[in-house]
Design a protein around this ligand. Structure first.
Ligand code: FBP
Length: 551
């Protein structure tokens, strides 16, 4: 296989570990924990794994651990650094005992159920060190939620002598990991389950998980692209670029990219929700900025739009929630809806079962957007926000608004648009130094959690704005992050998603600067990720984590 010059050089990079994980560890137990909300319900649902203490590892005396066979699963969307988590686990379990073995389940959680696996030997691991992607074993979105699936997992893990399973995933996948840990504990299978916080979306974070891996690299890639587009805009001076950014419901990606590139408009879904802004109000805000810039002779600009925006616009939110309930998996209405072969008939049926208000909104949407809301769901029942073309919806609406403004003399410029969606471009980039080190540390740390017999924990590495040597490694009980939420029309225990908080330092920084950035062109061009060179270029963590930790 031909590999690029960068890949070949980058393979030699030795990721940094916290001092505490360099050879052996001493486990220090902290306070017992509670779930973030709904304590009684969560405790009842997780009798074996609820309330466990926080764990910190300190450097310790050399200990003898028995060899351990470990299974690993990559779950959900790709995020840069997944391969380094796996190489960290591999090196970690070999450090614990050279006879340990690592098995990778293929194609995501489905690989565990279908008994599809591969042994990850040193040769395989070496090929993937410091590379982007999840192709070492593939990923998938199968939801592990049936006991029959868990039992199939037990079967293959017993056969392979696997004592612990590591699930590398986002909030939904780690929720599954938690349920699995509880089940295996209740069944006395002796199989431990450990989670690793993955997602470019940055929405799996809390006091103990400062960031999910992949967020750093992905936002650096998008910021490079946005910077390039900004420079094009300011060169040609003839287009407004409407850029939608991946990230599901949370706007962390959009916010981070805005802090890095200082565009003219940044929409934050969480703010839209809090201020109950309607689509019309958002359009007025955007058109107002376009008109003001045009008055200064600047008929160009850049607007960042989070992919989850429509879910937060009040009238859209109500519509989506009605659709989620009406089209809940297995419901009579879902069956009926599925029976329509024509999309037009399907839409007419849906419009007929919605409340009058929601039907009005639904029928006013372009048919493509309406279809995206009803037809495209992921296996977790979420609307597939990355498929909704919000940037075009807003671009069209701003165009109409500007036409009206032109008639009454409120807009005298031109409005040409270009649309972009940055998402998949960033998910498999070669991990930044930060993600390469962080991921390797998460994996290495997970191997100590296993060696120490822990289950139901998420691998945690903190103090991330300090040099890697000073990072704090340990474990957080997954039940600590849980609350009850409505999913598929039923209440379920799930990890609470971290959305952008309006009193957070990163948002406040945006809010304090956005009026200036809107009118005065203040673009910043971050350029591509650098892997070698001065620390201030190569080793900077995200602005989000830097501002959050500076408070
Ligand atoms: P995860 O939560 O699985 O990490 O998803 C990340 C993500 O990239 C989202 O930002 C995006 O909405 C989604 O995956 C797209 O999913 P798919 O890869 O199935 O198209």
């Amino acid at each position: 296989m031909t590999i690029s010059a960068l890949q070949s050089e980058r393979a030699k990079y030795q990721p940094k570990l916290p001092n505490s994980l360099q050879s052996s560890v001493k486990l220090v137990e902290g306070k017992n924990t509670q779930s973030v909300a709904d304590q009684d319900e969560i405790k009842k649902l997780f009798p074996n794994t609820y309330g466990m203490p926080l764990i910190t590892f300190e450097a310790g005396e050399k200990k003898q651990y028995p060899a351990v066979n470990v299974g690993v699963i990559l779950s959900g969307g790709q995020a840069p650094g997944g391969h380094n988590v796996i190489s960290g686990i591999f090196d970690g379990i070999k450090n614990i005992n050279p006879e340990s073995k690592l098995y990778g389940f293929l194609g995501g959680p489905g690989g565990l159920v279908d008994h599809s696996y591969v042994e990850l030997t040193a040769t395989v691991i070496d090929e993937f060190r410091n590379t982007g992607g999840f192709d070492i074993i593939g990923s998938g979105r199968t939801k592990l939620e049936e006991t029959a699936q868990y039992d199939k997992g037990t079967e293959i893990m017993k056969e392979l002598g696997i004592k612990a399973l590591i699930i590398i995933g986002g909030d939904d996948s780690n929720t599954n990991a938690c349920v699995l840990a509880e089940y295996y504990a209740a069944q006395n299978t002796g199989i431990q389950v450990i989670g690793c916080p993955k997602t470019i979306d940055g929405d799996l974070k809390n006091d103990m998980i400062e960031t999910s891996f992949g967020f750093d690299t992905a936002t650096k890639v998008y910021s490079e692209l946005i910077g390039n587009v900004e420079r094009d805009a300011t060169s040609a001076k003839k287009y407004w670029h409407f850029i939608k950014l991946m990230g599901r419901s949370a706007s962390h990606i959009g916010l981070e990219c805005a802090l890095q590139t200082q565009p003219n408009i940044t929409l934050i879904s969480e703010e839209v929700e809090l201020k109950k802004q309607t689509l019309g109000e958002i359009v007025d805000y955007m058109a107002g900025i376009v008109a003001k810039r045009a008055a200064n002779g600047e008929n160009f600009g850049v607007a960042l739009i989070p992919e989850g925006l429509v879910e937060f616009v009040p009238e859209m939110k109500i519509l989506i929630s009605e659709l989620n309930d009406l089209l809940a998996e297995g419901s009579e209405t879902e069956q009926k809806f599925k029976s329509f072969t024509s999309k037009t008939e399907g839409r007419a049926f849906v419009a007929g079962i919605l409340s009058a208000e929601s039907a009005k909104v639904y029928t006013s949407l372009p048919s493509g957007i309406a279809d995206q809301l009803t037809l495209d769901r992921d296996p977790h029942g979420n609307v597939q926000v990355s498929l909704i073309e919000t940037e075009k919806l807003l671009g069209e609406m701003v165009k109409s608004k500007l036409k009206e403004m032109k008639k009454v003399g409120e807009f005298k410029g031109k409005f040409g648009t270009q649309y972009h969606f940055f998402g998949y471009e960033g998910r498999c980039a070669a991990p930044s130094n930060f993600d390469a080190d962080y991921c390797y540390s998460l994996g290495y740390n997970a191997s100590f959690l296993i060696a120490e017999g822990k289950t139901g924990y998420m691998s945690s590495v903190r103090n991330l704005t300090a040099p890697a040597a000073e990072w704090i490694a340990g474990g957080v009980p997954v039940t600590m992050m849980m609350n009850m939420e409505r999913r598929h029309g039923h209440m379920k225990p799930v990890i609470q998603k971290a959305l952008v908080e309006l009193d957070s330092a990163p948002f406040k920084f945006l809010a304090a600067n956005r009026e200036k950035w809107a009118i005065e062109t203040s673009f910043v061009y971050p350029g591509p990720i650098q892997y070698w060179g001065p620390t201030e270029v190569c080793d900077q963590p995200t602005k989000t984590i830097t501002l959050e930790r500076a408070k």
